[in-house]
Design a protein around this ligand. Structure first.
Ligand code: SF4
Length: 324
């Protein structure tokens, strides 16, 4: 096993819920609820779940863009949750983010050159001419041309803008990149190109990725390990091969049943979820209102995330009984 780069322990983010006429009680939305995982140098951890499951909130807390309600985020042995704003700004050189919508994250009034140079200025990297050279170099590294630096974001296609977003994330030579659904706004073929580019850059720059997606199919080929989140909880995490070949949590099985698999001999389990994504139930397993296997124990007791096979953990009381 390679070196530990990031250790997230018991991370929580609760948002206050608005009071309604019917409910005068102060309550909270548990966007991220007691999530723990580790990320090792050079690997890609995919984090998957439906929208509202807490995956992006988790990424934003690691980036320091959102303050956790509780828990610990240790990056390279440094506890991030207790850092001052200026200390966190220095660490950001090593942790960068690629956003889902590159257009929204690129200042439309700035040239690409200025956008890419900005993180270098913020972190005091290089002289003006060295910075301009780096900008040209990184534009070419992501498959654009040096002259593109003089243009504005609206002059590029969605795929090209995502390449610019990736170049910007690379400028400070980070250790960890959090990619928040980086291809989801793009056509499937352009999305595949962006993923291939990210894979190539990972090898070239020895990067570590946390790759956030709403679909297990997207992260399949890029991830070494995959974590599945449901309503703020990490319900399963394991080596990609083990998780895709032998998913243990009923929710992971449902997500996998909607992923197209090109192998005609592969027998997919078709498992039907009941109802829609609801708010977290008052007690028990968060998935119990939709789970076809739910028992009384599931309704009463929250299952803990436990390692049940080497490198594969699941939070389900019946993981053993629901295997066929
Ligand atoms: Fe379903 Fe029970 Fe497992 Fe929750 S603990 S996923 S309700 S079987």
């Amino acid at each position: 096993m390679t070196d530990l780069l990031l250790k997230v322990s018991n991370l929580k983010k609760y948002f206050p819920k608005k009071k309604t006429i019917l409910s005068k009680r102060k309550s909270e939305v548990k966007a991220v609820d007691d999530v723990s995982f580790e990320v090792y140098e050079g690997e890609t951890l995919g984090i998957v779940g439906e929208s509202g499951c807490g995956k992006s909130t988790t990424g934003r807390m690691i980036m320091g863009l959102l303050e956790p309600t509780d828990g610990s985020i240790a990056f390279n042995g440094i506890e991030l949750t207790t850092l001052s704003k200026s200390e966190m700004r220095k660490i950001r050189r090593d942790i960068q983010m690629v956003f889902q919508d590159p257009y929204a994250s690129l200042n439309p009034r700035h040239t690409i050159e200025k956008i890419l140079e900005e993180p270098l200025i913020v972190h005091g990297i290089g002289s003006k001419s060295a910075r301009r050279d780096l900008v040209k170099e990184f534009l070419e590294i992501v498959g654009l041309n040096a002259y593109h630096g003089k243009r504005y974001p609206h002059q590029f296609s969605g795929g090209q803008r995502q390449r610019i977003g990736i170049a910007r994330a690379l400028m400070t030579n980070p250790k960890l990149i959090i990619a928040d659904e980086p291809g989801s706004a793009l056509d499937v073929s352009i999305q595949a190109q962006v993923l291939n580019l990210m894979k190539r850059l990972q090898d070239e720059f020895k990067l570590t990725y946390i790759f956030i997606a709403h679909d297990l199919g997207v992260v399949r080929h890029i991830s070494d390990r995959v974590g599945v989140m449901y309503l703020g909880k990490l319900v399963e995490i394991g080596d990609a091969e083990s998780l895709y070949e032998e998913p243990l949590h009923p929710y992971t099985k449902v997500l996998l049943s909607s992923v197209p698999i090109p192998d005609p001999t592969y027998k997919k389990e078709s498992l039907l979820m009941r109802g829609d994504l609801e708010s977290t139930p008052e007690a028990g397993c968060a998935f119990h209102p939709r789970c076809p296997y739910a028992t009384l124990t599931c309704k009463m007791t929250v299952p803990e995330l436990k390692e049940v096979k080497p490198g594969h953990s699941v939070a389900c009381h019946l993981f053993d009984e629901t295997q066929q």
